[in-house]
Write a protein that binds this ligand. Structure first.
Ligand code: DUC
Ligand code: ZN
Ligand code: ZN
Length: 458
């Protein structure tokens, strides 16, 4: 039977208006004033914001990495996402040393099925040797994976050299596969890391010093050039610096098909976190690293200037114990931080409450544009025909982020003690209530694999 969400302020990527939403068979059937159709369930959303569920297109769940495994699996990770108002994710399949892409994708299906509480898709990372992976690109498309990731950092493991990267750009362009790029200059990072370690500089802050922002700017510029020659649109993941965004600005100005993602941490946290005593700085070790405040401010400004297309998380949590692997050598600290549960509230607080941005722009960056760019055609907006993935927010609730209240399977949050205004209270996935009054209502395994369409590149 039908469900009606009544009297809320409905926020779509186009407008905010007081309206009711009629949900039928898991889909949004209509968005209109005063719907009177009979319904088996009515949710009163008076004084609430009714927004699309968040779409997080950059996560690493249950991922083997740097000699350990990221702490959230598809059950804990998607539960945490749901509590934070996110209703679909796209996770990165990372092939192990002996995996071809097919085997790696099957491994990821096994990790996810029976566990996820929200819907999920996959990207595939392409690691050396590239010539083998190229032969499997058509298989990726058949299985609903329409984007790949290339690492220009992590020398000797994930990194591609320029020729291999260019080869992939050409092959991706032929097939309209969107190429996601981790843009940092891996050769020079490797050189600097070795130099610091030789000088006895082993503490977490040298992780940041060995990856200066210029090396991100350089890699972004190089990737834009190579993609231009190959005729491939490119999507830059987790941009962290002014240098990188300036390259994006230039490219967008020249009408190149270049897209930019950033994450809350690059706007809300800065490099001084690495100086926390007793190795606590390791909790913020991620790549790219946190930057000086001027970069945070520049990225925030870029949200309004239209230079950023997507806000995602790069959720990749490791416990403080796991981080101890790098106690005597910063280059061994597993890279990554949690963020899947806090993205939407932190960004609502920053963009809407503090910066006074339009609610539709918040929705566009966190829901609609990621869904469009990654071919999640049923997701990311509130309009008839879309899946009823909906988060009902109390926009006035003031609360403090505390690890002990979160659901991420890790022993800290980098956003501890942040005070935010606004919280998702009721969350629906395909018309089913999965979170209500801080309680999980969904069973693991209800989340479905999304066979994605090709990017709309717009
Ligand atoms: N960066 C991280 O911090 N973790 C996972 C992979 C990455 O690129
Ligand atoms: Zn990355
Ligand atoms: Zn990542």
């Amino acid at each position: 039977m039908a469900m009606i969400i009544k009297n809320g302020f409905v926020v779509s990527s186009k407008e905010t208006k007081q309206a009711d939403i009629l949900v039928k068979n898991g889909k949004i059937a209509s968005v209109e004033e005063n719907i009177t159709e009979p319904a088996s369930e009515i949710i009163d959303a008076a004084n609430m914001l009714v927004m699309p569920g968040g779409v997080d297109v950059h996560t690493h769940l249950d991922m083997p990495f740097m000699g350990t495994v990221s702490g959230d699996d598809f059950e804990t990770g998607t539960i945490a996402a749901a509590f934070g108002g996110t209703t679909s994710i796209v996770d990165y399949v990372i092939p192990g040393k002996w995996d071809n892409l097919k085997r790696a994708v099957n491994k990821w299906h096994k990790k996810a099925s029976g566990k996820a509480v929200i819907d999920y898709g996959f990207h595939a990372a392409i690691v050396p040797p590239v010539h083998k992976a190229v032969k499997e690109l058509d298989y990726l498309l058949e299985t609903g994976i329409t984007s790949i990731k290339c690492f220009l950092a992590y020398k000797n493991t994930l990194m591609l050299d320029d020729a291999a990267f260019f080869n992939l750009l050409e092959e991706a362009a032929k097939r309209k596969i969107l190429v996601c790029v981790h843009a940092e200059n891996g050769e020079v990072i490797d050189y600097l890391a070795k130099k610091y370690l030789k000088e006895g500089k082993t503490e977490p802050v040298y992780h940041a010093y060995s990856r200066p922002p210029e090396l991100e700017g350089e890699a972004v510029a190089r990737a834009i050039t190579l993609a231009g020659i190959a005729g491939a649109p490119v999507y830059f993941v987790h941009l962290s610096s002014k240098q990188a965004i300036q390259e994006i600005k230039q490219a967008k100005k020249s009408k190149k098909k270049v897209f930019a993602e950033t994450c809350p941490q690059y706007m809300l946290l800065s490099e001084n976190k690495y100086f926390e005593k007793r190795f606590k700085g390791a909790k913020y070790v991620m790549s790219p690293p946190l930057r000086k405040l001027k970069h945070c401010d520049y990225i925030k400004k870029s949200l309004t200037d239209g230079l950023i297309d997507v806000i995602a998380t790069d959720h990749c949590p490791f416990t403080f114990r796991q981080k101890q692997k790098g106690l005597k050598n910063f280059s061994l600290i597993p890279n990554g931080i949690p963020g899947i549960e806090t993205r939407m509230p932190l960004m609502y607080n920053e963009m809407v409450v503090k910066m006074g941005m339009d609610l539709s722009r918040f929705v566009e960056l966190n829901c609609t544009k990621p869904a469009k760019l990654f071919g999640l055609k049923e997701k990311g907006d509130i309009k008839p025909g879309k899946d009823a993935d909906i988060a009902i927010w109390n926009p006035d609730l003031i609360w403090k982020i505390k690890k002990k209240k979160l659901h991420e399977n890790v022993d800290y949050t980098p956003f501890e003690e942040c005070v935010v205004t606004g919280k998702p209270i009721t969350v629906l996935s395909r018309g089913e209530i999965i979170i209500e009054n801080d309680e999980l209502k969904a069973k693991p395994g209800r989340g479905l694999y999304i066979k994605r369409e090709k990017s709309s590149f717009s």
